[in-house]
Ligand binder design. Structure first.
Ligand code: ATP
Length: 360
C-alpha cells in the first residue's frame, strides 16, 4: 500500500477552476488501484489567502510543504498583488528555491485533432529553474539586478555546475524512459557566453558520459529556435539554462495549440511540484471556460514521478491511465473547452477525462 501526501495550492484566478479538476482526475485514476491512496492537504496561497490572513504565502504553507511528497500549484496572478505590502509576495521564486526545485520539465505534444503548426511533435524541454537571469532567486542575499545610475541597469546571470548537471541528469533520465529518439540536445550560446554557457555545456557533457545509450548533441540557441519552428519532430529531450528555456517552451507550446496545452513539473532532489506553464488568465477567470489540460497533465506527471521514485507500479499505471484518458477525450473532441473550438466547461472536460480513465 502506497500512501502519498500531496498538497493542493489552488493559486489565483483560473487556478480555482482547473486545480480542483486536476485533483478529481488523479482521484479517479487511483480509484482503480486499491493499493494507492492520496492524502490531500489543502494549503492557502495567493490572493484568496491574502484576503483571509493578509499573506500570499503564509509560514504555515511553507512549513507544511516540507512534510509532503509533492504538491500541485495553480497559476499565480502576482502582477495584481498589492505592491506596498511586504506580505504580498510572489510565491513562485520562494517555493522553487526553498524546496530546491532545480529542473522544470515542460513537454510539448501535438494531437491530430487539434489545429497546430505541426503534427507528430513529441518533445520535452527541461529548463533550469533557479539560476540564470532570475534576479529574485539566483543570489544568496540581495537581487541580481541593479541600477548604478538612473540610465544603466545591470543583470547578473548565474550558472553553476551543480544545477546544470542536475538539469542534464533529469533530461538523460527522461530520454531513457521515453519511447522516442533517445536523444538529448543541450542549448547554449557558448560562442559568446564562453564561461556561463561554456560551463553549462561542459556539465551536460560530463553527465552524457554516464548515458552511452543516449545520443548527446549541442545546438546554438538562435539556430535552434529556428529549427524548433521548422522541424520540431527532430527533437526528443532538450536541456537548457533558465531564460533560453523559458522562451523556447512558450515557442514550443505555440507549435501545438497554445498555452492551455502546456503542462509542467518542477523537480529537485527531494520534492516535485506540478505547475502548468500558463499564467492565471484573469481575462477568463470565473467563467469556467479555462482548458484544464495543462493542469491535469502537470498533476499526471507528478503522480508518475512519485510512482517512479517509490517504484510503485500501481501509481505508474494510474498515471498512464490518465494519459490514455486525456488522449481519448482529445481524439473525440466532443467535450473540450472553447480554446479548442469546443463548448464544454472546464468541469465538463474534467468529467469526460475521468469517465475515459474509468473506461480504460
Ligand atoms: P504569466 O506571465 O503569469 O505566465 P501571461 O501574461 O503569460 O501570464 P496567461 O495568464 O498565461 O498570461 O494568459 C495568456 C492568454 O492565454 C490569455 O488570453 C489567457 O486567457 C489564455 N490562457 C492561459 N491559460 C489558459 C487556459 N488554461 N485555457 C484557456 N486559455 C488560457
Amino acid at each position: 500500500m502506497s500512501d502519498y501526501r500531496i498538497g493542493i495550492l489552488q493559486g489565483d484566478d483560473i487556478g480555482l477552476e482547473i486545480v480542483p479538476v486536476a485533483v478529481s482526475v488523479l482521484q479517479a485514476a487511483i480509484s482503480k488501484y486499491p493499493d494507492v491512496a492520496i492524502d490531500w492537504v489543502d494549503l492557502p496561497v495567493g490572493m484568496p489567502s491574502y484576503r483571509r490572513s493578509g499573506e500570499t504565502l503564509p509560514q504555515q504553507t511553507l512549513d507544511t510543504l516540507y512534510t509532503l511528497d509533492g504538491w500541485i500549484l495553480g497559476p499565480i496572478g502576482h502582477m495584481v498583488y498589492p505592491k506596498d505590502d511586504p506580505k504580498a509576495v510572489n510565491p513562485h521564486p520562494i517555493i522553487r528555491r526553498n524546496y530546491d526545485l532545480v529542473s522544470n520539465i515542460r513537454p510539448t505534444r501535438s494531437y491530430p485533432s487539434i489545429p497546430s503548426l505541426h503534427q507528430d511533435v513529441d518533445l520535452v524541454i527541461v529548463r533550469e529553474n533557479n539560476e540564470g537571469f532570475q534576479p529574485d532567486r539566483n543570489m544568496f542575499t540581495g537581487k541580481a539586478e541593479f541600477m548604478p545610475t538612473p540610465d544603466m541597469a545591470l543583470s547578473l546571470r548565474v550558472i553553476t555546475r551543480r544545477n546544470s548537471g542536475f538539469v542534464a541528469r533529469t533530461g538523460f533520465e527522461l530520454a531513457r524512459q521515453r519511447d522516442n529518439k533517445k536523444k538529448v540536445t543541450a542549448i547554449h550560446k557558448n560562442t559568446v557566453f564562453k564561461l556561463g554557457c561554456g560551463l553549462f555545456v561542459e556539465a551536460c557533457a560530463e553527465v552524457a558520459g554516464e548515458y552511452p545509450d543516449i545520443t548527446f548533441e549541442t545546438r546554438v540557441v538562435d539556430t535552434f529556435a529556428m529549427n524548433l519552428v521548422m522541424h520540431p519532430q527532430d527533437f526528443d529531450v532538450i536541456v537548457s539554462t533558465n531564460m533560453f528555456g523559458d522562451i523556447l517552451t512558450d515557442e514550443a507550446a505555440g507549435l501545438v495549440g497554445g498555452l492551455g496545452m502546456a503542462p509542467g513539473l518542477n523537480v529537485g532532489p527531494k520534492y516535485a511540484m506540478a505547475q502548468a506553464t500558463h499564467g492565471s488568465a484573469p481575462d477568463i477567470a470565473g467563467r469556467h471556460i479555462a482548458n484544464p489540460y495543462a493542469m491535469i497533465v502537470s498533476a499526471q506527471m507528478l503522480l508518475l514521478w512519485l510512482g517512479e521514485k517509490k517504484q510503485d507500479q500501481a501509481a505508474i499505471r494510474a498515471a498512464q491511465d490518465i494519459e490514455a484518458g486525456i488522449t481519448e477525450v482529445l481524439s473525440r473532441m466532443e467535450t473540450v473547452t472553447p480554446d479548442l473550438q469546443g463548448s464544454a466547461s472546464t468541469e465538463e472536460m474534467g468529467e469526460a477525462v475521468c469517465r475515459a480513465i474509468l473506461a480504460v
